[in-house]
Design a protein around this ligand. Structure first.
Ligand code: NAP
Length: 271
């Protein structure tokens, strides 16, 4: 049995849930989080992991959940910052409040969890943090700009943090999934002004339809769990990992193709 304790944010569905189930089976003690009080409890749906209440965008809620895990398990060895959602709409149709909500969850949510747990990890002199990014963090997708921006910002924070906490023996990686079949598609919000009459409406609808089709035809989220398990087994975790051969190939092409050509390719797929 592996005695290590893992905190996975957003473990009620999709990637977070797949990771929680998979890593529980591998012998880790897993605490997942949800905002849904009806799901909170031990042995979530017989899977052996515990779901506790946390809204990553609410610092007090994060602090409460972290205190609870430490009281129960004695510490947190690994964080998987997974909770997230997407807002669709052109930048012009997106309000400050909507953009802020997107960043509060996908970016500041990770920062809240990291900052709450880091003091414990520093004291113990060990820890692993895995941030869930997205291929959309390095291919900026039209009409999903705020989402892409949160993931790009998360990657940037990951790179800085690696250097900052290296002397405390705390390791950080970012994992970039491509399109996967989860509730992300149903949970996607549209900005309130992204409605008929907006000069962007038709193109946005076409673009979102492509994203939704790709997500619903995407892979099983357990592939992310397998990637994370492999990272956890490594003495020196990689900086960033893209999940799946197809997306690794896309990441490679992006590195060698000129920016103008990249833009044309994205436009032909989405805009
Ligand atoms: N699906 C894909 O194609 C894809 C691709 C690349 C990256 N990703 C990333 O993968 C992560 C997980 O997404 P998913 O595809 O598994 O979507 P999902 O099925 O919709 O799951 C999202 C999870 O995040 C939680 N969540 C959302 N907002 C939260 C908040 N403010 N506080 C706490 N928990 C919150 C939800 O929990 P509750 O609602 O129960 O609170 C849920 O468990 C996200 O960061 C997403 O950006 C997904």
């Amino acid at each position: 049995m592996n005695e290590k304790t893992i905190l996975i944010t957003g473990a009620s569905s999709g990637i977070g849930r797949a990771c929680a189930e998979f890593l529980t089976q591998k012998g880790y003690r897993v605490f997942g989080t949800t905002r849904r009080e009806d799901l909170v409890g031990e042995n979530h749906r017989g899977s052996g992991f515990e779901l506790i209440s946390m809204d990553v965008a609410d610092r007090e809620s994060v602090a409460r959940a972290v205190r609870k895990i430490i009281a129960k398990a004695g510490g947190i060895d690994i964080i998987i910052n997974n909770a997230g959602m997407g807002i669709a709409g052109s930048i012009e149709d997106t309000s400050y409040e909507e953009a802020k909500m997107q960043f509060d969850t996908n970016f500041f949510g990770c920062m809240n969890v990291i900052n709450e747990v880091l003091p414990h990890m520093r004291k113990r002199g060990s820890g692993v943090i895995i941030n869930i990014g997205s291929v959309a963090g390095y291919i900026s997708i039209p009409f999903q700009a705020m989402y892409s921006s949160t993931k790009a910002a998360l990657q940037s924070m990951t790179f800085s943090l690696r250097n900052e906490v290296a002397p405390f023996n705390i390791k950080i990686s970012i994992v970039h999934p491509g399109d996967l079949r989860t509730n992300f598609t149903q949970n996607r919000k549209r900005s309130e002004s992204a409605i008929p009459g907006s000069p962007y409406f038709e193109r946005m609808e076409r673009s979102i339809a492509v994203m939704e089709r790709d997500e619903q035809n995407g892979g099983d989220p357990v592939c992310v769990a397998r990637t994370i398990f492999r990272i956890l087994k490594r003495k020196s975790p990689p900086v960033a990992v893209t999940v799946g051969f197809k997306y690794k190939f896309v990441a490679f092409l992006l590195r060698i193709v000129p920016a103008k050509l990249r833009e044309k390719a994205v436009a032909s797929i989405y805009a």
